[in-house]
Design a protein around this ligand. Sequence first.
Ligand code: SF4
Length: 343
Amino acid sequence: MAKRIILANPRGFCAGVDRAIQSVQTILNTAQSREDGLPPVYVRRQIVHNKHVVDELSRQGAVFVDELSQIPPEAAAAGIPVVFSAHGVSPQVVKEAQELGMSVVDASCPLVSKVHREVLRFVREGYEIVYIGHRGHDEAVGVIGESPEHVHLIEHEGDVDDLDFSSDTKLVLLTQTTLSVDETAGTIAALQRRFPWIELPPSSDICYATSNRQAAVKLVAEQSDCVIIVGSANSSNSVRLMEVANEALAGRGSAHRVDDAGELDPAWLDGVQTVGVSSGASVPDTLVQGLVEALQGYGFTEVDSVTTIEENMHFVLPAALRKNSEFGLLTGYFAYKATLVTI
Ligand code: SF4
């Protein structure tokens, strides 16, 4: 019997990642050549958590920095745009950009920005916020930065016991967008046992792309005896996909994560008849195709797919870029001082 690959659908790029990459790409595509040695665009942090995407945009001229202070003052004076990544930023970063006179294109995913707005609204209404997220992740840092004194971060069910609120405290729960749906359900149940009056957000903060990719990989893993996820180690949703797949494999085999086919370890395929494949929301599908070709080289010649839902989500470009486009100014981008726009 031929050895088989099952591809999970949906997988790969989500609407927020696509928008963030398109934002940088739009600026690069319309940049005019400069004689002052400045690059066409700066990007604060990885635009999305995928090293191949970052390497490719760097190759095209984008300069990635960890902090705004690394951008020379001449760049701000020349109106070189600075793109904020899909993971969002804290208001302190926004303020710093304003003080430095930078032209900002905010490519924060609208679904991350929604959580920022929820923090502001609940704090205004007198709530304390329990936030389930990953300490140090760019998204969590940005959300907590909206109100550090009122947002209480927990990572796992085991952290619930460390929280202490009196019964007259108005409490609400918010979460990072890329958590494991199942694991978060366990943490929420523990919170509800400890603080029965805690309120849930009007709609889940775990985004459609995260939920859809986890549902698809779960189904694929149930039919496989090994699962390989394409995605970077710092990509929260890619790592969650690996965890979800491991759970669904239920001991029949293991799930692994690779940045690309070059990291495939043939030992993982020993005795494997069916290998499931998926990819995180920041992963170009060419990397998945590369993995499929590598697997075919190991005799996995039959390729099937499992589709759980057709996605048709699309986000328009950030307002600063739309505005340029509307006025036909994209080709003269650097003459335009972008207003700071948070969608
Ligand atoms: S994973 Fe979800 S929240 Fe993150 S960029 Fe994609 S759509 Fe937005």
